[in-house]
Design a binder for this molecule. Structure first.
Ligand code: NAP
Length: 286
């Protein structure tokens, strides 16, 4: 059985690597083709277009930056849809809004294919370690069939129902994370202004109910001003924007998320989009 993987960014390259390492027959594609080289060196085939990959593979995964990229790769020229048909499946793992996901699912199923949305929680290291949390919704039979393959990429997976539900869950989770990061950065900033040591603040947080892996991992890096991208800041801005829109759809006030999004948008305007999302600290602290 052949598997396709579209999008060799930070996450996609790590996830596809785990499929190749497990001995699966994997064909990769990326807009900037050079990013496929490490995968090809490890035994993957390289496809010429999303259409060609979808045509030659039974199941094609995608891990793309945002709704526009997901749309372009699926329904654009030379897109997945051109290679889609009965017996073929498309699993989009990108973080996108539920409406776009539903539109793509409809397009895929109209061509006779099966669709699963499967955004992930977890960042670069869990992607490398195969310990992501995979949130899925859509075609249940496809979910059941590809379970063992999803398990090569993640440590936990959930099926959340009809298409859109996994996209919504992902946005809720990242909305919480974005708000936590801005609050954390403000805490580090205020502690510093009060001549309190960052390591003491981190120690206090870790010892109590506020202890969590994100603060533990990002805290020391932020105090050392190290912002190599694991989760690019531009994607957090996108996720907060989509979450605030989702709140609007349900007439719910997302005041904290809106404030956080404003800060991330400012950081984006300051050219920090390709740095890690913790680089919001540069906008808050400096
Ligand atoms: P990334 O490193 O920025 O990679 C983005 C990928 O999308 C690249 O392969 C890029 O291709 C491709 N792309 C962008 N625009 C495109 C277009 N118009 N047409 C075709 N391909 C396009 O991002 P990432 O960190 O891997 O994240 C990918 C997705 O996972 C995003 O939705 C993100 O929100 C989500 N996510 C990320 C993390 C994380 O910690 N990094 C965690 C969970 C979820 P090029 O290389 O040619 O630019």
């Amino acid at each position: 059985m052949r598997y396709g993987f579209l999008g060799m960014g930070i996450m996609g390259s790590a996830m596809a690597t785990n499929l190749v390492k497990a001995g699966l027959d994997v064909t990769v594609w990326n807009r900037d083709g050079a990013k496929c080289d490490p995968l090809v060196q490890q035994g993957a085939r390289q496809g010429r277009s999303p259409a060609e990959v979808a045509e030659n593979c039974s199941v094609t995964f995608a891990m793309l930056s945002d709704p526009a990229a997901a749309e372009s790769v699926c329904i654009g020229p030379d897109g997945v849809l051109e290679g889609m048909g009965p017996g073929k499946s498309y699993i989009d793992m990108s973080t996108i809004d539920p409406q776009t996901s539903c539109d793509l699912a409809e397009a895929v199923t109209e061509q006779g294919g099966r669709h699963l949305e499967a955004p992930v929680s977890g960042t670069k290291k869990p992607a490398e370690d195969g310990t992501l949390i995979i949130l899925t919704a859509g075609d249940r039979t496809l979910y059941d069939e590809v379970g063992p393959v999803l398990d090569l990429m993640g440590k936990k997976r959930l099926f959340l129902g009809e298409t859109g539900q996994a996209a919504r869950m992902k946005l809720v989770v990242n909305m919480i994370m974005g708000g936590m990061m801005t609050a954390f950065s403000e805490g580090l900033t205020l502690a510093d202004a009060c001549h309190l040591k960052a390591e003491d603040l981190l120690d206090v947080l870790a010892a109590g109910a506020l202890g969590n892996p994100m603060f533990a991992v990002k805290g020391p890096l932020m105090t050392r001003r190290e912002f190599a991208p694991a989760f690019p800041l531009k994607h957090m801005e996108k996720d907060l924007r989509l979450a605030v829109e989702l709140g609007g759809d349900h007439a719910k006030l997302m005041a904290t998320a809106e404030a956080a999004q404003g800060l991330f948008r400012l950081a984006l305007e300051r050219g920090l989009g390709d740095e890690d999302f913790s680089a919001i600290h540069k906008t808050i602290a400096d």
